[in-house]
Design a protein around this ligand. Structure first.
Ligand code: 13P
Ligand code: SF4
Length: 304
């Protein structure tokens, strides 16, 4: 912490001068999560919080689609991202043309799009979802067939929870979660039978099936806080366990985790730079934002 302290002090001072708030995703490193964030959460919580910001500036400590979502929901604010290259393999896997292709293939079926997408893709969709409300959003659709984009694994996991719907999906995946295998989990369980295994729904369905619980990043945190297992394996991004381990000293976090190279582009140095220079502003074309806002707000309304 000694090496981070000067940055934390400088950022927190500059934050006040700029009238800025920092919205940070649960995958941020502990020095960001505990040192400078005003709000932490999963994708849905951060989107809802963005609508409530009254400060002039939002610094999004997360990936680009999260900053775009904040801008879409609160367009009069300056939304800064400390690194424009903080992308997401899911967001890169589909364009608005891909949505049009799916609509041609499945005429009349509603398009439920994961928030891990660009504003253009959201604008071409009927409604968004996150990992915390995907099953609820799909179940609420009138049509028997529902298109889910772009995460095929989230779609396959939701299909099990909403068996009365025919779900068709795009072929996208998260490079962090697709690397976990059911074999890894089962081997781990063999030697650590008392470990609670908790997987994010971006993992392949056989991985989620081999786990004891699956939920969004905040769902995972809430589960561990509630259940207090002696040992827990978080089958997700590495910073999750680092961020909560201090407040849960009775829980031993074990097992492998994977790093998201995009989330890890956000560092204290870059947050200080973006606040200092006010560079890194995220802009969304107004017409695109208007359409994308409808899809995101429909999701928020259905999640209340
Ligand atoms: P959550 O909405 O669960 O926080 O997930 C966002 C994400 O990018 C996970 O990889
Ligand atoms: Fe995208 Fe996966 Fe990184 Fe989340 S963890 S931002 S889904 S690449």
């Amino acid at each position: 912490w000694a090496i981070f302290a000067p940055y934390v002090v400088a950022i927190n001072t500059l934050k006040k001068q700029r009238n800025a708030v920092i919205l940070a995703h649960n995958y941020m490193t502990p020095e960001i999560y505990h040192g400078i964030a005003d709000v932490v959460g999963d994708s849905l919580q951060l989107a809802i919080e963005a609508t409530k910001v009254e400060a002039d500036v939002i610094v999004q400590c997360g990936v680009h689609f999260m900053a775009e979502t904040s801008k879409i929901l609160n367009p009069s604010k300056t939304v800064l991202i400390p690194d424009m290259e903080a992308g997401c393999s899911l967001a890169e896997s589909i364009t608005a043309d891909g949505i049009a292709q799916m609509r041609t293939q499945y005429p009349g079926a509603p398009v439920v799009t994961y928030v891990n997408t660009t504003a253009e893709v959201k604008a071409a969709s009927d409604i968004c979802c996150t990992s915390s409300n995907a099953a609820q959003i799909v179940a609420a659709q009138q049509s028997d067939t529902v298109i889910m984009t772009p995460d095929k694994y989230l779609a396959q996991n939701v299909a099990k929870q909403v068996p009365h719907k025919r779900i068709v999906w795009w072929d996208g995946a998260c490079i962090v979660h697709e690397r976990f295998t059911a074999q890894d989990l089962n081997d781990f369980r063999t030697y650590n039978p008392d470990t609670r295994i908790i997987a994010h729904p971006e993992c392949p369905p056989e991985v989620v099936e081999a786990a004891d619980f699956s939920g969004s990043t905040s769902g995972i945190i809430a589960y561990v806080e509630r259940e207090r297992p002696a040992k827990a394996m978080l089958v997700t991004e590495c910073s999750m366990a680092s961020n909560i381990s201090d407040s849960l000293p009775d829980v031993d976090f074990v097992g492998p985790c994977n790093m998201c190279p995009y989330m890890k582009k956000i560092t204290l140095e870059k947050v200080l730079w973006t606040l200092h220079t006010m560079q890194g502003a995220v802009e969304v074309d107004a017409a695109v934002a208007d359409k994308a806002r409808i899809a995101v707000e429909r999701m928020i309304d259905l999640s209340r």
